[in-house]
Design a protein around this ligand. Sequence first.
Ligand code: MRU
Length: 366
Amino acid sequence: MNIDNQHFRTIWPDPTNNESIMIIDQRQLPHKFVIETLCTLDDAVIAIRDMHVRGAGLIGATAGFGMHLAAVQAQTGQLADALKQGAESLDKSRPTARNLKWAVDRVLKAAENGKNDDEKKEIVFETACAIADEDAAFCKALGQHGLQIIEDLSKAKNGETVNILTHCNAGWLAFVDYGSATAPIYAARDAGIDIHVWVDETRPWNQGAKLTAWELQQEGIPCTLITDNAGGHLMQQKMVDMVIVGTDRTTHTGDVANKIGTYLKALAAHDNNIPFYVALPSSTFDWEIDRGSDIPIEERSGDEVTAISGLAEDGSLQTVQLTAPETRALNYSFDITPARLVSGLITERGIVAADRKSIHQMFPEK
Ligand code: MRU
C-alpha cells in the first residue's frame, strides 16, 4: 500500500540488521506516521497487547517475528526454552485472532527441522518472513476473487456506483499488505469499477474512523465515514449494495468472529436482502472449534469506552474523558456472526459458502 506515493508493508525486518523488526505504530494514525522498532520478545508482546499493531493477519505476522526476536535473544544452549517462553507470552497477548497461535505454532514446528541451534534460528527467521509474505500474497489473491462479486453488482447497476459498507479495519493495516475486506475494493478500483465505501467509525477504538478512512483516502478510494448506528438506516434507504468485513477467527463451520458490532450489520443486511461477505486468508480459519460461541472473546479495558483520543489544537495526541468519572463500561471487543447470516467467505482459493462441507471441500488438506 502506498503512503504519499511510497510503498510500505505494515511490518518488515530492519534491512540493516535482521535482528530487529519495524512496525507502524497504529495508535498514532492517522495524525502521525511513526515507525517503531521492536528489539525484543517483550517489545513484540507489548506491540500486540497494546495495539501498536492490530488486525488478524498483522497480529499473526508480528507473532512470527516475535518468535524470531525470542530466538535472537536466546542465550547459548537455551534456544528451546526461549522459543517455548516466547510462544507462551505471545499466545497470551490477545485471545481472539486465530492467526496469532497459528503463526506461533508454525514457527515452533518449522524450528524442529533444524539440526542445531544456528540452523533452527535461521529457520525461525525464514518462517516468520514466509508468514508475512504469504499473508500479503493471500490477501492479494482473495482480492481477485472478491472482485467478481463487485463486478457483478456493477453490471447489475449498469455501471452506477457500487456502495460497499465495511466495519472496523480489515485493510492493509490489519494485514501485511492489501488487507482482506479492502483487497476486493482495491481490485475493483484497478478494474475501473465505480465504487464508494461507507466506513463504520467502529467505537470504541475507532479503527474505521482512524484507520480505514485514512487508508482508503491514501489509495484514492471515495469513502464516507458513518456512525456505527447508521448502517441499518442506509440499508433501508438502498444506499448499500453489499457489506464486506474481515474476521479475526472463523470456525470451519462458517461462524465468524469479528469486531464488535459486526453481528448487528449482518442482521440488518439479512433483513434488507443485502449480500454480506467475509474476506479472510485461510490462516484465520479455526479447524478445531465447531461453534462460534466457543471462540474466546477479548474483553478490553472500559477506559477505551469512557475516554477518547485524538489530535489536540497544539498538534499533540491527547486522550480526554468522555463520561462522568465514575461511569462503569463493559468493552467486549468482538462478536459472533452466525454462518447463516454470511453470504460467502472470500478466501485466497475462491469464494466458499459458510458451511462445514463447502469449507472442507475447498481446504481438503485440513
Ligand atoms: O481489535 P483489532 O483492531 O485487532 O480488531 C481486528 C479488526 O480490525 C477487525 O475485527 C477486523 O475487521 C478483522 S481483522 C482482519
